[in-house]
Unconditional design. Structure first.
Length: 476
């Protein structure tokens, strides 16, 4: 992408308005819906994005979709109005998951699209993921959208709005990716968390030949049952209990926009993204020895250890869906994933994160073994570790705070600094990094033994508190 393209345009409609700088994050736009993402701001972003696309020689149109949050219809309407005013056509695909929005670009052969979603963030927040060709905007390209919006350097025209329901086409596309029927009929419990996955999840698993028990599948932006973040064990309690009571083969949870997967095995144990990836890598590397294995710094050390054992070439890279997808394209990588549950398949899929597809790949792996998921996971070492902890820290201070911690840590230990600072202790590691999506500093630790973990936790916590951040409680 060209970071500086289209910042001025002679003869364009010009005005100046105050666009909040803080909502333009590293790989999306995100803020408090009713404060930061007003109708005026959303409209200006639509006009800026449409203008940017036109200057990137996109003239056909874009797709726009949204999640189940209460503010999404309002923000979507204002954004669409802005895009149409630049002369680009818009296909509104309605209430969808983020992966459905990504696929809509393929379906309509468009180079641009916008997903309005707050993902796993609090219910009062919302955001926009801006697509271009096979990726999502990040870094300077996101910031340049703000510069165009701020300066009012907009193209003008009159685009056409149409509506499309792509749900059934999307499900048929997914199911066609698998050689059905699987050798086993699985019983699946799925938890949509009242997010947008609920409109299609049960139907999808049934199309795969599974018996499906569906929880919280009514889209509801109040999220009345639990917050739609499967990275947090506290949000998986209903799924765990139902998997056990139903004697199901697996439990699958989706976040609010279904680009992240959570997994519970047949015993009710949670399998976080880094350990789940070992199953995918084992399958992939059996056919693609020496493939690049992209690992983000929140992941367990078991992932690179097993990836190397399976024949992969390990490369650490920054967290964030846009950043990882861009790195995959640069390397021609076949797969990557995140601890948070984003899974990116490019060997038999399109390279974007789709939790529905990731669930299907997991079922395919299970169909090729006589072992249950819990038995299969016994072959993967477990190191004592914490969950990812989010410590409040303002957007203005979080990165500078982490930089200070990094500078001090590097004087004492070997560190990986590709994303924040991963302190490499002799018997484990501790990660401290600024979140790209929330006003928090995230921390996570892992040790070879429980004693090592506790020592690492104490050291990491002391470093965080020394910077004036609030005290926090570790969870496991």
């Amino acid at each position: 992408m060209c970071a500086n393209i289209g910042l001025t345009n002679e003869g364009a409609d010009k005005f100046t308005m105050n666009i909040p700088e803080n909502i333009f994050r590293e790989y999306d736009i995100r803020g408090v819906a009713d404060i930061d993402l007003t109708d005026e701001v959303a409209n200006a972003i639509g006009r800026a994005y449409g203008s940017w696309l036109i200057r990137m020689d996109v003239t056909s149109g874009i797709t726009v979709g949204g999640d189940a949050r209460l503010s999404t219809p309002r923000i979507k309407a204002a954004l669409i109005e802005g895009v149409l005013s630049t002369g680009l056509d818009v296909v509104d695909v309605g209430l969808v998951t983020t992966p459905m929005l990504y696929w809509s670009l393929i379906r309509f052969n468009y180079s641009g699209g916008v997903m309005i979603t707050g993902s796993h963030n609090p219910a009062d927040m919302n955001g926009l993921k801006l697509c271009f060709e096979h990726g999502t905007l990040y870094g300077d390209d996101v910031r340049n959208i703000r510069l165009i919006a701020q300066g009012g350097n907009f193209e003008t025209g009159k685009g056409k709005l149409t509506h499309a329901d792509i749900n059934d086409e999307y499900l048929k596309m997914l199911v066609a990716k698998f050689d059905l029927p699987f050798s086993k009929k699985f019983k699946v419990v799925c938890d949509s968390g009242n997010g947008s996955a609920g409109i299609t999840a049960k139907k999808y698993f049934e199309m795969l030949g599974c018996e499906c028990v569906s929880l919280f599948d009514e889209p509801d932006g109040h999220f009345p049952n639990h917050h739609p973040d499967p990275q947090k064990r506290e949000n998986l309690q209903a799924l765990i209990e139902r998997v056990k009571s139903e004697k199901a083969d697996v439990g699958i949870a989706f976040d609010g926009d279904a680009d992240r997967i959570g997994v519970v095995d047949d015993k009710g144990d949670v399998i976080f993204g880094d350990r789940l990836m070992t199953l995918y890598w084992k399958e992939l590397l059996a056919e693609h020895k020496g493939a690049d294995v992209i690992v983000e710094p929140k992941c367990s050390m078991v992932l690179p250890e097993l990836a190397e054992k399976f024949g992969g070439h390990v490369l650490y890279w920054r967290s964030g869906h846009s950043l990882i997808k861009a790195k995959m394209r640069e390397l021609g990588a076949l797969f990557a994933g995140e601890y948070s549950g984003h899974m990116f398949f490019a060997d038999e899929f399109f390279g974007h994160d789709d939790a529905f597809y990731a669930a299907g790949r997991l079922l395919r792996i299970l169909s090729k073994t006589n072992e249950s998921l819990s038995r299969l996971m016994l072959s993967i070492p477990v190191y004592p570790s914490t969950e990812e902890i989010r410590v409040p820290c303002s957007d203005e201070e979080k990165f500078a705070t982490v930089d200070r911690i990094k500078d001090k840590a590097q004087k004492e230990y070997k560190c990986s600094v590709v994303d924040g600072v991963r302190i490499l202790y002799p018997d484990g590691w501790g990660l401290i990094r600024g979140s790209n999506t929330q006003p928090v500093v995230t921390v996570r630790c892992e040790g070879h033994t429980q004693e090592a973990l506790e020592r690492i936790m104490a050291d990491v916590k002391a470093r965080v508190l020394a910077e004036g951040l609030p005290d926090f409680t570790w969870t496991f």
